[in-house]
Design a protein around this ligand. Structure first.
Ligand code: NAD
Length: 292
């Protein structure tokens, strides 16, 4: 298929590479022109010099951008918006972790241009993107559009789930990352308390990892990136803070009391303010260690 891929960052790069390897005609665009140029040197793909060049005869546009606001800007705002340059019936698949309510609004606006939007955010991190084993959460009810997207999504993912109407994939993704962040927060707090009491952090992680307290973070993020002090999992602190914010805001928008989500949202907002947007999410531990 003729695929336009916008956003070849940590995740988008390996995802777009799998599409090129699978034989799709991929055109990539990223604000980082040097990154776009390196991608087309390494892969069988074309580069778009600006957002307008992504338009034209593309059958599917995939967005893998930091936020839903970025996705909206690309489609509706930048240089007049890509939406006006796409042919009727073009399918847009937003694989970023965007805000579900914003996604529904964008879907309605794109429908006025005869463009179909589905959401298909992912979980599995950079390693999952490289191995094409991502979990993909597909929101949307247009069966024809989802049928067209499926072979493209299968080239990037290992577990494809239908989650319901437009925006439901984004809601599911934010809720998953809230649980992910909460697991990290709890494990980090346990380690900080244990260390103050005199326990060895490495021994604590070894014990937790063969006990009932283990989670993805104790097995991977903390073990591989906090204990060695590398803080380089490959998922940005700003992105994690954004995701727990989406989950907390979603609870508020639909009137569900979610006190743990509110607390987690505040803790990650503080860590982001202290450590900075260019840090890995695991650097939140460093902030909490300094402040407790
Ligand atoms: P990233 O910051 O590494 O990459 C984002 C890319 O988008 C960058 O290359 C940037 O230059 C580009 N970009 C930003 N604005 C743009 C614009 N207007 N037009 C064109 N390009 C633009 O982010 P990432 O880690 O690849 O994450 C992308 C999305 O996937 C986010 O929504 C994130 O929450 C989600 N996600 C990330 C991970 C992970 O482990 N990194 C896992 C699952 C989901």
């Amino acid at each position: 298929m003729k695929v336009g891929f916008i956003g070849i960052g940590s995740m988008g790069w390996p995802m777009a590479a799998h599409l090129a390897k699978a034989g799709h005609a991929v055109t990539v665009f990223d604000l980082d022109a040097a990154r776009t140029a390196s991608f087309v040197r390494e892969h069988a793909a074309a580069a778009a010099a600006n957002i307008g060049e992504v338009g034209g005869e593309r059958e599917i546009i995939i967005t893998m951008l930091p936020t839903g606001a970025d996705v909206r800007a690309v489609l509706m705002e930048t240089d007049g918006g890509l939406a006006g340059r796409l042919g009727p019936g073009t399918l847009v698949v937003d694989m970023s972790s965007s805000e579900p309510v914003g996604t529904r609004e964008l879907g309605a606006e794109l429908a006025a241009h005869d463009i179909v939007l589905i959401d298909a955010p992912v979980s599995g991190g950079v390693l999952g993107a490289e191995a094409a084993t991502l979990t993909i959460m597909i929101g949307g009810e247009n069966e024809d559009a989802i049928g067209r997207a499926t072979p493209v999504l299968e080239a990037m993912g290992g577990n494809l789930f239908r989650t319901g109407p437009l925006g439901s994939g984004h809601a599911m993704k934010a809720l998953n990352n809230y649980v992910f962040a909460a697991g990290f927060t709890a494990a980090a707090e346990a380690m900080l308390v244990g260390e103050k009491f005199g326990l060895d952090p490495a021994t604590m992680i070894d014990i937790i990892n063969v006990s009932t307290g283990r989670n993805f973070n104790t097995e991977h993020s903390i073990k591989d990136h906090v204990l060695p002090g590398t803080f380089a999992f490959g998922f940005g602190l700003s992105l994690m803070a954004k995701d727990v914010g989406i989950a907390g805001d979603l609870a508020k928008q639909i009137g569900v009391d979610a006190p743990v989500a509110t607390l987690i949202q505040d803790l990650w907002r503080d860590a982001l303010a202290a450590e900075g947007a260019d840090q890995d999410f695991t650097a939140a531990y460093r902030h909490w260690k300094k402040t407790r």
